[in-house]
Design a protein around this ligand. Structure first.
Ligand code: 13P
Ligand code: ZN
Length: 275
C-alpha cells in the first residue's frame, strides 16, 4: 500500500520497517524492546505539518546539554513491535526535548501512550554516542536478543569475556565491533540508574549487553544499527550451538588471527581483550 502523510517521510518509514524486521527476528515478544531515532532538522521540517498540539513537558530524571531541542521518534511504552505496522499512531510517536535537556513532550503520535519506559537509557546513550561520533550517531535500539541473553547465564559478566566469545564465534565480528561490547550486570530496568550505567559503557562501545535482559545497539542509521544487533545476536547463536554439542572446542579464531583480520580490514581491535 502506498504510504501517505507523515508515513511517507523516509525516516518514519525506515523506523517502522526496523520495528517490523526486529519483530520478524523474534526479538520483541509482547512489548519487549524499544527503538529511538534522533531526527535531522530537515526530517523534523518534513514531519512538522502533521504535528498535533504538543502535550505537557515530562521530566526524565536524566539530563543532557547536547540533546536540548532535539526531536526523537520513539516506540511507546507497553506497545508491541508486532503492531507498529497496523497501529503506528498508538505504537510510536515524536517527542521534542526542552531547552534544558531534561524533559520531553509529545508532538505527534503516541495516542493514549507515552515514550518507552527505557527512554532515559536511550536518551543518555544518544547523548554519549552523539558526542563519541561527532554527531553521526542517530539510532539506539534495545532488543531482547535470545541468544545474547542466554549467554549472560553462563559466561562471566565482563566486557572481555563477552567480546572475546563473540569475536571468536564469527569472523566478521572483529570488523563490525572492533572495540568489543560492554556488559552491564543485572539491574532494574526503566530508570535513571540503568541509564547512567549503560551510557558509561557506551562511551567505549557501540553496543552494551544487559545481563538476563537484552542488548542495546547504536549506529548512524537503521541499517547499520540493525546490522550490528543482528551480527552480535547471530554470533551468540553460533557460540550456543557449539556449546550445545557438549564437545570440547578443538579450534577457534586465535588472537593472532583476530589481529590479522584487524590489519587487513584496517580496524583497531581493543588490545585489552587480546592475549
Ligand atoms: P517498554 O514497553 O516500556 O518499551 O519496555 C519494554 C522493555 O523492553 C523494557 O526493557
Ligand atoms: Zn527490555
Amino acid at each position: 500500500m502506498e504510504k501517505t502523510g507523515i508515513f511517507a517521510v523516509e525516516c518514519v518509514e525506515g523506523f517502522m520497517r526496523m520495528c517490523n524486521d526486529g519483530w520478524l527476528q523474534g526479538w520483541h515478544e509482547r512489548n519487549g524492546g524499544n527503538l529511538t531515532y534522533r531526527m535531522k532538522e530537515e526530517e523534523v521540517e518534513a514531519c512538522r505539518p502533521y504535528f498535533t498540539e504538543p502535550g505537557p513537558w515530562v521530566k526524565m530524571g536524566v539530563q543532557a546539554d547536547n540533546l536540548a531541542g532535539e526531536y526523537f521518534i520513539t516506540t511507546g511504552s507497553g506497545k508491541f513491535f508486532r503492531n507498529v505496522e497496523i497501529k503506528p499512531e498508538e505504537s510510536l510517536g515524536i517527542v521534542e526535548i526542552n531547552p534544558e535537556g531534561d524533559a520531553w513532550r509529545i508532538v505527534w503520535g503516541l495516542v493514549n501512550a507515552k515514550p518507552t519506559s527505557e527512554f532515559p537509557s536511550h536518551f543518555m546513550n544518544h547523548s554519549v554516542r552523539k558526542a563519541a561520533t561527532n554527531g553521526a550517531n542517530r539510532v539506539i535500539y534495545h532488543l531482547h536478543a535470545t541468544n545474547v541473553i542466554a549467554l549472560t547465564y553462563v559466561l562471566p559478566l565482563t566486557d572481555r569475556d563477552f567480546s572475546r566469545a563473540l569475536w571468536q564465534s564469527a569472523t566478521e565480528c572483529p570488523v563490525v565491533f572492533p572495540e568489543g561490547v560492554g556488559v552491564c550486570p543485572w539491574m532494574v530496568p526503566g530508570g535513571a540508574d540503568i541509564a547512567m550505567a549503560t551510557s558509561e559503557l557506551m562511551k567505549t562501545y557501540q553496543a552494551a549487553i544487559w545481563a538476563q535482559h537484552g542488548l542495546f545497539a547504536s549506529g548512524p542509521d537503521f541499517d547499520i544499527t540493525f546490522g550490528l544487533a543482528h551480527t552480535i545476536e547471530k554470533s551468540a547463536e553460533i557460540y550456543w550451538k557449539v556449546l550445545a554439542t557438549g564437545q570440547p572446542i578443538r579450534q577457534t579464531i586465535t588472537d593472532d588471527a583476530l589481529r590479522a583480520i584487524a590489519k587487513d580490514f584496517g580496524v583497531q581491535l581493543n588490545e585489552a581483550f587480546l592475549d
